[in-house]
Design a protein around this ligand. Structure first.
Ligand SMILES: *Cc1c(COP(=O)(O)O)cnc(C)c1O
Length: 409
């Protein structure tokens, strides 16, 4: 059966060049990087090269890059590690309501440990307001963690502005850049970022490897005590093939960044325009302008997301509703709710995330299939019947901004 993969925010296929770079370290070059013979040294050198390459891409020093097992681990380490190492200075942390669970659940855990957390609201497009952020900073605020770009609706946050405010107030600034890394240019010095999380499998690298950038001078508790790996901060024998594949995928992503972003932008906007023009009672979620080039997120009234995803899957389309962690559960997405979406329609949302393999034909096939699917589901919806009889008011018609919605019947 045909398979069209449109779920690149949840993971990506491994780039063949990254696999090629990894192959020796999965086969003949199996030495432990800590060993004192050439087989070990070659692994050690491969890690040093990867660290230098990744550091160079974001304007960091190699000694500021720590390899981890992925985005979740990096988020955990940055926030818990910083909070515990600096609690003598204060116990207040600021984050946003639309963070990934790898940040939100860490904050919840810290609240049980005696820390206080402020969850900043966002506007209807998913933007954190710098003024709200500054107003939330207190005497005892030690850390802020605001994501670079949202994984559900693709909103890009004003990171430079937020980081400058944090710096002015002596607050350390961490960003979960998992969705931005390899997609947007990032320079940690220009942006004023103190800590940054990234994950290889979101940019066509292998699963199970990520990094945490930690600016020199930032104090952090160790993550894993044990051997001397990662300068004694994160023990455990290094994931050499993963680290090598991560660096290769990142270098290639940076090389082709502008061209690929423009290609995806054209497909994204074609997709959004067709959906808004051809499918009634729907709304684009997030911002149109200030959005990742690969993200489309639309809510459809009078349908259930589960049914939509299953019918699309039957047509070979891999898509998601909200985030991977939310689909499969009946809880509405915390991100869509934070954007002010009523519960009733937050269930009928679709996230389509493009990748390097996506073509314009894929997008047209998706929209054609989606039109048929929505029509089909609405034919079976008692709520839609009520609406047609004039016994129910459309919610989308009432609240969404013009130009971002289609309310026509
Ligand atoms: C995928 C994702 C993570 C988790 O990364 P893993 O490498 O899967 O642990 C964290 N934050 C965001 C924004 C993500 O999209």
């Amino acid at each position: 059966m045909k398979q069209i993969y449109l779920d690149n925010a949840s993971t990506t296929p491994l780039r063949p060049e990254a696999l090629d770079a990894m192959m020796p370290y999965l086969t003949t070059e199996y030495g432990n990087p800590s060993s004192l013979y050439p087989l070990g040294h070659r692994s050690e050198n491969a890690i040093a090269d990867a660290r230098a390459a990744l550091a160079g891409l974001i304007g960091a020093k190699p000694s500021e890059i720590y390899f981890t097992s992925g985005g979740s681990e990096s988020d955990n380490w940055a926030i818990k590690g910083y909070a515990h190492a600096n609690k003598a200075k204060g116990t207040h942390i600021i984050t946003s309501a639309i963070e990934h669970h790898a940040v939100l659940h860490v904050c919840a855990a810290l609240e049980k440990d005696g820390f206080e957390v402020t969850y900043l609201p966002v506007d209807a497009e998913g933007m954190v307001s710098p003024a709200d952020f500054e107003a939330a900073i207190r005497e005892d605020t030690i850390l802020a963690s605001i994501m670079f770009a949202n994984n559900e609706v693709g909103t890009i946050e004003p990171i430079a502005e937020l980081a400058a405010i944090a710096k002015q107030h002596g607050v350390a600034f961490h960003t979960d850049a998992v969705q931005a890394f390899g997609h947007l240019p990032i320079d940690v010095n220009e942006l004023g970022i103190d800590m940054l999380s990234a994950s290889a499998h979101k940019l066509e690298g292998p699963k199970g490897v990520g990094l945490l950038y930690v600016r020199r001078g930032i104090k952090l508790d160790n993550l894993i005590d044990g051997g001397q790996q990662e300068r004694g901060r994160r023990a455990s024998t290094e994931n050499v093939p993963g680290i090598v594949g991560f660096a290769k995928a990142a270098e290639l992503a940076w090389d082709g960044m502008d061209a690929e972003a423009n290609r995806q932008l054209a497909m994204r906007d074609h997709c959004i325009k067709r959906i808004l023009a051809e499918i009634p009672h729907c709304k684009l979620n997030g911002s149109w302008e200030n959005r990742l080039a690969n993200n489309v997120n639309v809510s459809f009234e009078f349908i259930e997301g589960e049914g939509m995803l299953l019918q699309l899957a039957a047509k070979g389309l891999c898509t998601s509703s909200g985030s991977a962690c939310t689909s499969g559960s009946l809880d509405p997405s915390h991100v869509l709710l934070a954007l002010g979406m009523p519960h009733e329609i937050s269930h009928g949302s679709l996230r389509v995330t493009l990748g390097r393999a996506t073509t314009m034909e894929d997008i047209d096939y998706l929209v054609d299939s989606l039109k048929a699917t929505i029509e089909n589901l609405r034919m079976m919806s008692p709520l839609y019947e009520d609406y047609k009889q004039g016994n129910y008011d459309s919610i989308i018609a009432g609240y969404a901004a013009d130009g971002m919605k289609n309310v026509h019947a």
